[in-house]
Ligand binder design. Structure first.
Ligand SMILES: NC(=O)c1ccc[n+]([C@@H]2O[C@H](COP(=O)([O-])OP(=O)(O)OC[C@H]3O[C@@H](n4cnc5c(N)ncnc54)[C@H](OP(=O)(O)O)[C@@H]3O)[C@@H](O)[C@H]2O)c1
Length: 281
């Protein structure tokens, strides 16, 4: 496994692109100053990866946060940016146009990662062809999918020229999705954990609190460290500077076997906090 011992730890994707293991999520970070401030604050604290999407309606603010940070002397390539194609843009031409809108809003020449946000029925293969073209033209450095189940990935494997470099799905101790994670691992697809803090819904769960107490860390930190130790990239969202810092202080400890067992005991709950793609045909 790759080393996960500094805030700049990164995984190497199948195509050689380096992707930082800690990314700031900006879903519901808003479309105004708080989002710009959160991005700038995270970058100043050492985050090197921001995860947004067209549907979050804050790509422009992410771009402004990045620009503010770059004005301090950091180059364009020094932070990794992911954005995503929204469901209404799944035709081939619409996907190409949507990418261009996202790229301009972000203010980037090249986008580090572009994902299909959701496996839209009947259209996802066409959308994937558009992402392959963008990748082959060099305007995004990696491409991937989000919310794809094993079934959706197996379908894609029948048609793709380039298999996804990542699959971004909900992953945390209450929803570890072992079958999907194994499938991705076997096919060299990096797993990216969204809602790694369970949207804060289970941070006060007695088992999570016990694990945090034993580790002498906060509940958020043990959940994020669990994600890193599973080999996932993790994307905690916060707009509060002190939480942005807390969520990054996860590289100087390891979970003990006892803490890991406690967290593993949560798997049976199967708690999904975001949307469920299981039945998408
Ligand atoms: N691809 C997809 O379909 C998809 C779906 C969902 C999410 N995502 C991505 O994954 C990112 C993270 O997921 P998420 O936003 O759903 O949820 P999350 O990161 O699991 O949880 C975010 C919530 O936890 C709170 N929080 C953050 N740090 C905390 C801490 N240290 N202590 C206590 N509370 C804390 C945040 O509040 P404050 O902001 O007030 O601190 C917010 O309410 C998203 O922002 C997005 O980039 C992708």
């Amino acid at each position: 496994m790759h080393a996960i011992d500094t805030i700049h730890s990164a995984v190497t994707l199948r195509n050689g692109v380096s992707m930082p293991t800690l990314g700031l999520g900006v879903f519901k970070a808003g479309s105004a100053a708080p989002c710009i401030d959160a991005v700038f604050c995270a970058l100043q604290q050492g985050y090197r990866h921001i995860d947004t999407a067209a549907i979050y309606r804050n790509e422009r603010q992410v771009g402004q946060g990045l620009a503010k940070w770059r004005a301090e002397g950091h180059g364009e390539g020094s932070a990794f940016v992911t954005t995503k194609l929204w469901n209404k843009d799944h035709s081939y031409e619409a996907a190409l146009s949507a990418f261009e809108r996202s790229r301009q809003a972000l203010g980037l020449e090249v986008v580090d990662q572009y994902l299909i946000h959701w496996p839209v029925s009947g259209l996802r293969l066409e959308a994937w062809r558009a992402l392959e073209r963008l990748y082959e033209h060099g305007v995004c450095r990696s491409i991937g999918v989000s919310n794809f189940t094993v079934r959706h990935l197996e379908e894609l494997a029948q048609h793709a020229r380039v298999m996804p470099h990542v699959n971004q799905v909900e992953l945390h101790p209450l929803l570890p999705q072992p079958e999907l994670v194994q499938w991705c691992r076997r096919h060299d697809i990096q797993t990216v954990a969204y809602s790694p803090l369970t949207k804060a819904r289970f941070l006060d769960d007695p088992v999570v609190l016990e694990a945090a107490g034993l580790a002498q860390k906060t509940p958020a930190q043990v959940l994020l460290r669990w994600g890193l130790e599973q080999g996932h990239v993790v994307l905690p969202k916060s707009t509060h500077p002190e939480r942005i810092a807390q969520n990054a202080a996860i590289f100087d400890f390891e979970l003990t076997a006892k803490v890991r067992r406690l967290l593993e005991s949560l798997a049976q709950r199967g708690e999904r906090t975001a949307w469920d793609p299981t039945d998408v045909v």
